[in-house]
Design a protein around this ligand. Structure first.
Ligand code: FAD
Length: 339
């Protein structure tokens, strides 16, 4: 295993984390502790996954509410549309907007097991791009204008009206979506998402920096302009590696798989996962990645260690304030565009 040391990067590296809604009561309080630690590190946003076909609708919303109420970090809601009618999807989007969420990861989602692509179950919305459009439409109806009085200007000229900006991220697939027939199809899908109004991309996990860098080059050449964050997952056990390959459809990275299999101790395996993710993060940053999106598995130490080792973390911010209040955190900056 290659050892990496932390030399702080000279430029600010924006980063974000992905969490999933907890499944038990005990996991709820553990997740709150994790969120406090991750928020204290100053991420651009904390994204919360959405169970296939809406299975985690209320638990996802509860996690997003916790982030809104206890931190100043922007919460990002993953939403899927497969199987929904237009009306159902609009109601869902309204519910999240009304809770105060202004960042979304718009996904089509997977059809339930046993249902083939194209069957009627798929509902009214057939791609993530259509969900992006719908989020923009609902947001325009739903998010109220705020009025700010500009001192010194009389009447209507002294009142500025503006709406909160909405950030809409979409998924990208450096190694192709498991169902896509050609690389060009994945790039065309990204272009369609951009045309629909998406302003940020987040990639599926990948294991070699070239997978990401080649994908970005292709996307740029085709005209995709929004920033695309590399999705990086520290894989800290052979069991986790098997599970995520099953879920993502990615190919087995033989080098990492062998290292994890031959290492007998959990501590050693964790070190292998951290070192691998750190090296990957450094390589994509050196190749021009606009930031890092880390799959946190609802635990903070591993992802914070990866950021620390690649010099992206300001260690002064690592500990959450003992009395939490929104004002005790630095105001979040928006390094990625919103509209
Ligand atoms: P799309 O990008 O719309 O389509 C996927 C692929 O299908 C495209 O790349 C393209 O190859 C093909 N395609 C799409 N439209 C067309 C077309 N018109 N013609 C031909 N081919 C087409 N799933 C969840 O259930 N919950 C989550 O919280 C979740 N979070 C995720 C987070 C990230 C960062 C990523 C990368 C994936 C996540 N997923 C999640 C998985 C996602 O639901 C699956 O990838 C799903 O199979 C497709 O959704 P999509 O938004 O990628 O779809």
């Amino acid at each position: 295993t290659e050892t990496t040391t932390s030399t702080p990067r000279t430029t600010h590296v924006p980063f974000s984390f992905e969490l999933y809604p907890p499944k038990t009561d005990a996991a709820v309080s553990a997740l709150h502790t994790t969120i406090d630690h991750l928020a204290a590190a100053g991420p651009e946003f904390l994204s919360v996954t959405y169970g296939a076909n809406g299975s985690s609708r209320s638990s996802s919303l509860e996690v997003l509410r916790y982030i809104l109420e206890h931190t100043t970090v922007d919460p990002m809601a993953h939403l899927t549309c497969v199987g929904s009618s237009n009306v159902e999807a609009s109601v869902l989007i309204r519910e999240f907007l009304d809770a105060g969420v202004r960042s979304f990861l718009a996904l089509r989602g997977d059809p339930p097991q046993g249902v083939a692509e194209g069957e009627t179950f798929l509902g009214d919305l057939h791609s993530a791009a259509e969900l992006v459009q719908l989020i923009h439409r609902v947001q325009a109806e739903r998010v109220p204008y705020r009025e700010t009085v500009i001192p010194g200007l009389p009447g209507a000229r002294g009142v500025k009206t503006e709406r909160d900006k909405v950030r809409i991220a979409v998924a990208g697939f450096p190694n192709g979506h498991p169902r896509s027939r050609a690389t060009s199809q994945d790039i065309d899908t990204l272009l369609a998402k951009q045309a629909a109004g998406a302003n940020l991309g987040i990639t599926q996990l990948f294991f070699h920096a070239d997978d990401y860098l080649t994908f970005i080059e292709r996307a740029r050449r085709a005209g995709v302009e929004f920033p695309i964050l590399p999705g990086i997952m520290p894989v800290t056990s052979p069991g986790r590696l098997r599970r995520i390959l099953e879920l993502s459809g990615e190919e087995l990275p033989s080098d990492l798989a062998i290292q994890l299999e031959v290492e007998p101790t959990p501590e050693g395996q964790r070190e292998i996962g951290i070192a691998h993710a750190t090296q990957l993060a450094q390589q994509v940053l050196d190749g021009g990645a606009p930031g890092l999106h880390l799959y946190a598995f609802n635990q903070h130490p591993t992802v914070l260690e990866v950021l620390h080792r690649c010099g992206a973390l300001d260690t002064r911010k690592l500990h959450p304030a003992s009395t939490r209040s929104a004002s005790s955190y630095p105001a979040f900056s928006v390094a990625y565009p919103v509209r």
